[in-house]
Design a binder for this molecule. Structure first.
Ligand code: RNT
Ligand code: ZN
Length: 415
């Protein structure tokens, strides 16, 4: 079928494919830099991810430097349609002869200026994260909720530095910047005291957020468990939701992999939208646990996207991708995950939402199910191909030829 025919088929359901493509093209997605190097960063390149963050696999060709990571990111971005931001972590500070290594509590905007240049050259927005893991100041796996005041001090200072950097990036790009605090703090075995660590975390956050920046969207990323902290996570969903509710300008970031496998963030988005201006997300695919598999065009990703669209929240739900698979070609992983998010959002934009809502409100649940199911097999692929073509990226599997060529020419030479 051609796009023209597909357009008519959708029109018969009251769906405007042109409007859908336009909305999709205007929605920015924040693409995480850390898929390119297994969350290693530049401040301790031999260290790799650790302390509450697991990356598995050893596919050849990981980016090892700023130059390599930029080149890989651009390769991936050239195969992904839509508006993009790059999501940076503080461990990706660029150290040079003029700006030599400093520890994380001493980081400044100048260490990220090269990323701002890169973003300007390539029309990207930037988002930011303090890196509270893979560092010797993680004591007993704890940071902002550590019983040791020196440990808390170090990480408070790092998070404050990170917010200042986000603020300055925002000024340089004339844009708002999301700054997301995620900490791995928790206990492997049954705690003797669950409340004191949360009280320390609350105090730490109060200090971190004391300064107000108009152009920073502050996020705290909640989590229920991780390998190594099976029994308790200080920064739980209730803790951060309540914190955010009491601190205007701070938002609880929902990561799709951070809940029970049968608990879905697609159901949480509308609840949060009733109370908060923004609902920041990490879109990822947890396989039985927070495994951070590459995002796929699956039921939950589509459901997340439907919630963004049908609640008219394209500007309020802030989308960041968060996956890292080191067992497959990393650029392909980026492209598959990001294209599948875009696909899911287009799919959501092509649903007969008004009619479905009207059926629900009339109590016509039979009609609702019928229409939900019929809408699944409308000629979606033709609209997706048209969108990719208009965006100047490959419409189908031919993008993979480019990745394979890059693997031969560039990645496999990195030894
Ligand atoms: C970890 C969190 C966090 C990290 C990134 C690297 O469970 O999801 O968002 O993945 O900060
Ligand atoms: Zn996350």
């Amino acid at each position: 079928m051609s796009y023209a025919e597909a357009k008519q088929k959708y029109a018969a359901y009251g769906i405007d494919t042109e409007a859908a493509m336009e909305k999709l093209g205007n929605k920015a997605v924040s693409i995480h830099c850390w898929q390119g190097d297994d969350v290693t960063g530049f401040d301790n390149p031999d260290g790799g991810a650790g302390n509450g963050l697991a990356v598995t696999g050893n596919y050849p060709g990981r980016a090892r430097t700023f130059e390599e990571l930029k080149a890989d990111f651009l390769k991936a971005a050239s195969l992904i349609p839509g508006k993009k931001r790059i999501n940076l972590h503080a461990c990706y500070a660029v150290f040079t002869e003029e700006n030599p290594w400093v520890d994380r509590d001493k980081l400044e905007y100048k260490h990220f200026e090269p990323w701002v240049e890169f973003a300007k050259e390539n029309g990207l927005g930037i988002d930011f994260n303090p890196t509270v893991f893979s560092h010797p100041m993680m004591k007993d796996g704890l940071s902002l909720s550590s019983p040791d005041p020196e440990v808390r001090r170090f990480w408070i200072d790092h998070c404050k530095a990170s917010r200042r950097i986000a603020h300055e990036i925002g000024l340089a790009l004339n844009d708002v910047v999301e700054n997301n605090v995620w900490i791995p703090d928790g206990y492997k075995d049954v705690p003797a005291d669950r409340m004191q660590p949360r009280q320390w975390l609350k105090e730490s956050l109060d200090e971190i957020f004391a300064e107000h920046y108009d152009n920073v969207i502050d996020c705290v990323e909640s989590k229920f468990f991780a390998v190594g902290v099976e029994s308790y996570t200080t920064g739980s969903n209730e803790f951060y939701t309540a914190y955010a509710a009491q601190h205007p300008g701070v938002y609880n970031l929902l990561d799709a992999g951070h809940y029970h496998p049968s608990e879905h963030i697609s159901d949480k988005i509308s609840a949060m939208l009733c109370f908060f201006q923004y609902v920041p997300l990490h879109v990822t695919r947890g396989v039985n646990w927070d495994s951070d598999h590459v995002v796929s065009f699956d039921d939950e990703t589509r459901e997340i996207c439907k919630e963004i669209v049908r609640n008219d929240a394209m500007d309020r739900v802030l989308v960041g991708l968060d996956f890292f698979d080191a067992s497959i070609n990393r650029i392909a992983a980026w492209v598959i995950g990001a294209r599948d998010f875009e696909k899911s959002l287009l799919f959501a934009l092509l649903q007969p939402d008004e009619e479905l809502k009207a059926m629900q409100n009339k109590g016509d649940f039979t009609g609702r199910l019928m229409l939900q199911e019929e809408a699944k097999t409308l000629p979606f692929a033709d609209v997706w191909e048209e969108y990719c073509t208009r965006q100047g990226v490959p419409a189908g599997r031919e993008w993979f030829d480019e990745v394979k060529k890059y693997e031969q020419d560039v990645l496999l030479k990195r030894v």
